[in-house]
Write a new protein. Structure first.
Length: 137
C-alpha cells in the first residue's frame, strides 16, 4: 500500500473519524476534564512510548489537564485513516504543537501518533493510543 499525501479523498465515515481526532485536540486545548473523559472508553488504555508503561483513562485525562503543559496551537497531518467493519477506526498522523509548560517558556514539539476508536451508538470513542514526541533539539 502506498500512502499519498496529503490525503484528499476521505469517505464520509473517514471524514467523521478524522473530525473526531481534531475535536479531541480542541478538547485538550480547552482542558475540560469531563469533556475529555466522555470521549474515552471506560476501558481505554494507551501508551506514550517514551514512558515505561501504558496508562489508563484517568491518566489520559490528566495528561491534557491538571499540571500538564498548556496546548497553545497545533497542526495535524493525517497519514492513514482506516475503518474496519464500520465499528473500528485506526488513525495514524503526525503533529506539530506549541505547548507552554508550567513555569516555563513556550516550546514547539512534533511527533507521531496512532489512535484506535470503537464506534458506539454512532459515536467514535477512543479505546487506545500509541506514539511519542520526536526528540527535542
Amino acid at each position: 500500500m502506498q500512502i499519498q499525501l496529503p490525503i484528499r479523498d476521505f469517505s464520509p465515515e473517514q471524514s467523521q473519524l478524522w473530525k473526531k481526532v481534531q475535536s479531541l485536540w480542541e478538547m485538550s486545548r480547552g482542558r475540560d476534564k469531563d469533556q475529555v473523559r466522555a470521549t474515552l472508553h471506560p476501558e481505554y488504555v494507551g501508551w506514550d512510548i517514551s514512558t515505561q508503561l501504558p496508562h489508563d483513562r484517568e491518566a489520559a485525562v490528566g495528561s491534557v489537564t491538571d499540571d500538564s503543559p498548556i496546548l497553545q496551537d497545533y497542526i495535524l497531518q493525517p497519514l492513514s485513516v482506516r475503518i474496519y467493519d464500520g465499528r473500528v477506526g485506526v488513525v495514524h498522523y503526525s503533529y506539530a504543537a506549541t505547548v507552554l509548560p508550567k513555569d516555563g517558556e513556550a516550546m514547539r514539539v512534533t511527533g507521531k501518533w496512532s489512535e484506535v476508536y470503537l464506534k458506539d451508538r454512532n459515536e467514535w470513542m477512543m479505546i487506545s493510543v500509541s506514539g511519542k514526541p520526536d526528540e527535542l533539539k
